[in-house]
Design a protein around this ligand. Structure first.
Ligand code: 5GP
Ligand code: ZN
Length: 138
């Protein structure tokens, strides 16, 4: 399935040129045009999936496998101090392009990238109750 008006469909399938790091029949890896840091890459499936909720396990595993290869290439080329994998789903989570993609972001000590949240303190029984409810759904 592809969406006529989806920019990542066009990029992933080569209709729009991009700084491509890797390509196979399943996905294309490109450099982000507005990177958080040098080397910031996006792993983009060639098929259109809006987000993680519509993605099948087989494609997801291939995407993550390629992300690990990208991470190792970034490590070898850029020698980062760390690395974040980020994958946003829905406006509430910061998704701006509604074609699934995985960010692979090299990190450097004292860089200005901010991926932090305030840790919450759940009630005593909340984790136990919620883990049981979720377990039933997997
Ligand atoms: P999101 O916020 O949806 O997780 O991430 C979208 C990412 O796609 C952003 O980091 C943005 O810079 C990147 N992006 C958006 N349009 C283009 C484009 O046309 N080319 C490239 N290479 N990256 C893009
Ligand atoms: Zn698309």
């Amino acid at each position: 399935m592809s969406k006529d008006d989806c920019i990542f469909c066009k990029i992933a399938n080569g209709e729009i040129p991009s700084a491509t790091v890797y390509e196979d029949s399943i996905c294309r890896v490109i450099l982000d045009v507005n990177p958080a840091n040098k080397g910031h890459a996006l792993v983009i499936p060639k098929e259109h999936y809006d987000d993680i909720f519509s993605m099948d396990a087989d494609t997801a595993s291939k995407i993550f496998t390629i992300a690990t290869e990208v991470a190792k290439a970034q490590k070898a080329e850029l020698n980062p101090d760390g690395l974040n994998i980020v994958q946003n789903n829905g406006e509430a989570a910061g998704q701006t392009v509604f074609h699934f993609h995985m960010h692979v972001i090299p990190r450097f000590i004292k860089d200005d990238v901010n991926i932090k949240w305030l840790p919450k303190k759940p009630e005593a029984d909340e984790l136990e109750t919620l883990s049981k409810a979720l377990r039933k759904r997997i």
